[in-house]
Design a protein. Structure first.
Lengths: 249, 489
């Protein structure tokens, strides 16, 4: 299966290892992965702040860059939700471009969604290098994909050596919200501290998130507060298990 | 970064009362208030879980929400027809119907009814729309005594305070605070025992129900087909207000009408579940007309005041769906921001996500610049809404309107336009990434984190650390990976 990676601007700059984990795990599951270098940003920050025309210009570019991709996979729940929830509506007055948008949207998947819905992977043959306890924060924008946290937790539990503990208020936003975290930092700070406190209460070593924004926010608060857990994208955990299992066999 | 211009003091003549003009100052105080956060977690967060589990008991909760939203949409699309039908059927059962264009008009209609019927004491059941009109102030100014009989509203009236939640008005006060208020008011020894406090109010209110000339209620649903007014309450005071006094006045926003009695179960199933996780409220009154000849109880007169107060303006535009709201408060309970700032911060009658939407729509965006922005757009409100109002999407539309109306700052507009232009080309995108990498890496500590960002980004590091970019971006790492692969082969 041929898939194209939409890595997102945040992951490109701050978390190339997450992008590489997506590439390597998808290859492990039998996909051939390419990375169209013309990609930049999905336009979410512009759209969410009330600049639909600017977002539209970026959407045109995205659709063009990925025009011959079979599947477009992204590690970011919120970028995928931006595409799925708003790209078609952005071209309400342009039937031709709207048609292209519809076609593009139908080929876009968030990473976990793609693993569970399309590839239907089973991770029970993989095991982690060391036993590890996990908890899972639900990235809010997965709501826009009609998704719940259940598939990601199911995948985690399949890994040999993984222990799962539920996070209190798992579905409560961590307070990222793009510019919200800066403009309304008092409120955002109270939200992310709540998240870190809930995470610490689980006693887990690792909190899993499905979005670069949540990871930056929760990770930054963990560091400021001296919390004992680390924040990882689920692809990083699966990649570690893939690598360990390959080495062990 | 304060991207919207500073708030000016509230103006007179707005559709909704404004309790304070400074969102940022209130948010600053409330978001540091651990006592408030614990209280809200104990109430609203629990109610949110109650909502989910009670909805999960239904065979198809999502389908029911869709149906409720569709019924509301249909009704709003034909609102003139259903309001006339409602009017005819209320009159047919002996009631009188009035239309009020503004909240001032609604208040003066009710004051007139009170004067005409010689009413001196008015007992009220909980009604958000009467908060909207500031009815109590209007009654007092006319020499009429209003008495709130919902326990929470009674506490607020005694303490001269405002509700901070649509359904749980006194959520911001704990038992000790209520104990002090009652000790002062009733001149009795202090107690913070909730049962004792409730009993004090109950004994007092029972007596006063008997003295009241007029009862004022809101309306949860007005059934056009039958002219019935539906009132959902948990304390029974609503039933007392609408049966004991000689006169019953019901005040409703014009969006509260539903077509037929057959539609009512759809909403009853959703309202209590969404509000509090109950299958039904303790009391569901369906009031059709007033006392008929030969009947022993019920009011002698029924007056229905249907109020516009800015609703038709909303109805006419692209925000029509916001008028579906049944005031259940589910979006407040689900909202991570409401849980951190409480209701007072929103500055008007309707707090939380629906308030962030309705308040600027009613009063004008220029008077509530922060409300559309103070949201992480997490979508919990849309997921909770029993009539499927897509609140995050409407908030984004309000922000777009702000940009178009020039309410945002010029510098913000320039930043966004430049940023979006830069992302249209890979070379400028990459240049931007390089500049960010070099700048941010130069600010970082040895541990890989930035403790203090400059300028507008300082808000981030006021609350948490900021990561430094990786040494090489993904593009570079990926290229190396592919090159290594080729080499390996």
């Amino acid at each position: 299966m041929k898939v194209s990676l939409f890595v997102t601007c945040l992951t490109d700059l701050f978390a190339p290892d997450v992008g590489m984990a997506v590439v390597k795990t998808l290859e492990h599951f039998g996909c051939s992965v390419d990375f169209p270098t013309g990609q930049t940003c999905c336009g979410q920050p512009a759209f969410n702040n009330g600049y639909p025309a600017e977002a539209r210009a970026l959407a045109v570019k995205m659709i063009d860059v990925f025009h011959d991709a079979d599947y477009i996979i992204t590690p970011s729940g919120s970028c995928c939700a931006m595409i799925r929830d708003h790209y078609i509506e952005l071209f309400h007055d342009d039937p031709d471009q709207r048609k292209l948008a519809e076609d593009f949207v139908a080929r876009c998947y968030e990473y976990v969604e793609f693993l569970t819905k399309i590839l239907k992977v089973d991770l029970s043959t993989l095991s982690l290098p060391e036993n590890e306890t996990f908890t899972y924060h639900f990235t809010c924008h997965l709501r826009g994909l009609g998704a719940t946290g259940e598939p990601a937790i199911r995948l985690l539990k399949q890994l040999g050596g993984a222990q799962f503990t539920a996070l209190e208020k798992a579905e409560q936003c961590c307070g990222f919200g793009g510019t919200f975290a800066i403009k309304y930092s008092d409120i955002s700070g109270a939200m992310v501290r709540d998240k870190v406190q809930c995470g610490s209460k689980t006693g887990a070593q690792t909190m899993i998130v499905n979005d670069g924004g949540c990871a930056m926010n929760i990770g930054g608060a963990c560091h400021r507060m001296g919390a004992s857990f680390r924040v990882q994208h689920i692809a990083q955990i699966i990649a570690a298990a893939v690598e360990h299992t390959a080495r062990a066999s | 970064m304060n991207s919207v211009k500073e708030s000016s003091p509230p103006k007179r003549g707005l559709s909704l009362p404004v309790f304070h003009p400074d969102f940022m100052a209130e948010a600053h105080v409330a978001s540091a208030d651990a006592v408030l956060h614990a209280a809200l977690d104990n109430s609203v967060t629990k109610k949110d879980y109650g909502r989910r589990s009670s909805l999960a008991e239904l065979p198809d909760a999502d389908g029911l929400r869709q149906l409720a939203g569709d019924i509301k949409r249909h009704t709003l699309d034909h609102l003139d027809y259903y309001l006339e039908l409602l009017e005819r059927n209320v009159i047919k059962h002996g009631g009188a119907v009035y239309f009020a264009a503004t909240r001032e008009e609604a208040n003066s209609l009710i004051v007139d009814i009170a004067h005409r019927t010689g009413s001196k004491l008015v007992v009220k059941s909980k009604s958000m729309v009467s908060e909207e009109t500031e009815l109590n102030d209007a009654l007092i100014a006319a020499g009429i005594e209003p008495l709130e009989t919902d326990l929470g509203e009674f506490i607020l009236q005694v303490d001269n305070d405002h509700p901070t939640h649509i359904v749980m008005p006194v959520i911001h006060k704990n038992a000790a605070e209520i104990g002090r208020i009652f000790a002062r008011y009733f001149k009795t020894p202090f107690t913070d025992n909730p049962q004792e406090l409730a009993e004090m109010a109950r004994v007092y209110l029972r007596n006063r129900f008997n003295q009241a000339d007029m009862g004022i209620s809101g309306v949860n649903f007005a059934v056009a087909e039958t002219g019935s007014l539906v009132l959902c309450t948990n304390e029974g005071n609503g039933r007392m207000c609408t049966t004991r006094p000689r006169i019953h006045v019901a005040l409703m926003g014009m969006e509260k009408v539903i077509p037929a009695l057959d539609d009512l179960p759809v909403f009853l199933k959703l309202l209590a579940r969404s509000a509090s996780g109950q299958a039904l409220t303790q009391y569901t009154n369906i009031i059709t007309g007033c006392r008929r000849p030969g009947e022993h109880d019920g009011p002698e007169e029924l007056h229905l005041v249907i109020m516009d107060n800015g609703r038709s303006k909303i109805l006419a535009g692209e925000y029509r769906d916001t008028l579906r709201c049944i005031r259940c408060g589910a979006c407040l309970n689900a909202c991570p921001i409401y849980r951190k700032v409480g209701g007072r911060t929103y500055g008007s009658v309707y707090p939380g996500p629906i308030g962030a939407l309705l308040t600027p729509l009613f009063n004008g965006l220029e008077n509530h610049k922060h409300l559309p922005h103070a949201s992480s757009l997490c979508g919990a409100c849309f997921e909770a809404c029993p009539v499927k109002i897509n609140i995050p999407e409407f908030l984004i539309k309000l922000k777009r309107d702000q940009v178009q109306q020039g309410i945002t700052t010029r510098s913000e507009r320039t930043v966004f336009k430049l940023w979006a232009w830069g992302l249209r080309h890979v070379w400028s995108y990459r240049l931007g990434q390089v500049v960010q990498r070099v700048l941010l890496r130069s600010m970082g500590s040895k541990d890989g984190w930035i403790k203090k960002l400059p300028g507008p980004a300082a808000g981030w590091t006021a609350q948490r650390d900021f990561p430094i970019p990786a040494k090489h971006d993904f593009r570079y790492v990926y290229k190396q990976y592919r090159a290594g692969e080729k080499h390996g082969k």
